[in-house]
Design a protein around this ligand. Sequence first.
Ligand SMILES: [Zn+2]
Ligand SMILES: [Zn+2]
Length: 163
Amino acid sequence: MPQAARGSRRTLGVILPSTAIRVVTMQVDGACHCGAIRFTATVDPSKVMVCHCTDCQTLTGSSFRVVAPASIETFTLHGEPKRYVRVGESGAKRVQAFCPNCGSPVFAMALEDPTQVSLRVGVLRQRNQLAPALQIWTRSAQPWVNALGTVQGCEKQEAFNAR
Ligand SMILES: [Zn+2]
Ligand SMILES: [Zn+2]
């Protein structure tokens, strides 16, 4: 537990741990690979999650997506991303924003009346400080994903060059 989160607060005679009432937020900034799209926002690191849905697999060209939700009031965008509207299983329409030049996915939000922005953690400068706290759509997770730590690894690509 971080030092700052220790302690307690007395409310109506009930002692509440301060962690139960306080949201620790983090200021983040992100950019696509070519730098044409940049943004800043405030995220709650405890809300970072992995999505294993098949749409995220296709839209990222990878095996899962990592997202950090941010309140839209905290979000400032520079540059003009391309917007693709995805219709989810629930019928909800969500805008998927990506760089028209380099193709990096940068964020998503509801098509109508968005209150939150789902930042793509891979484009955040602080991504190594944002470990996921939740996984969703695990029914479509790749079967090998939990065993990744057992797969041979090397710091760069020496093993790949040797093949
Ligand atoms: Zn770009
Ligand atoms: Zn997904």
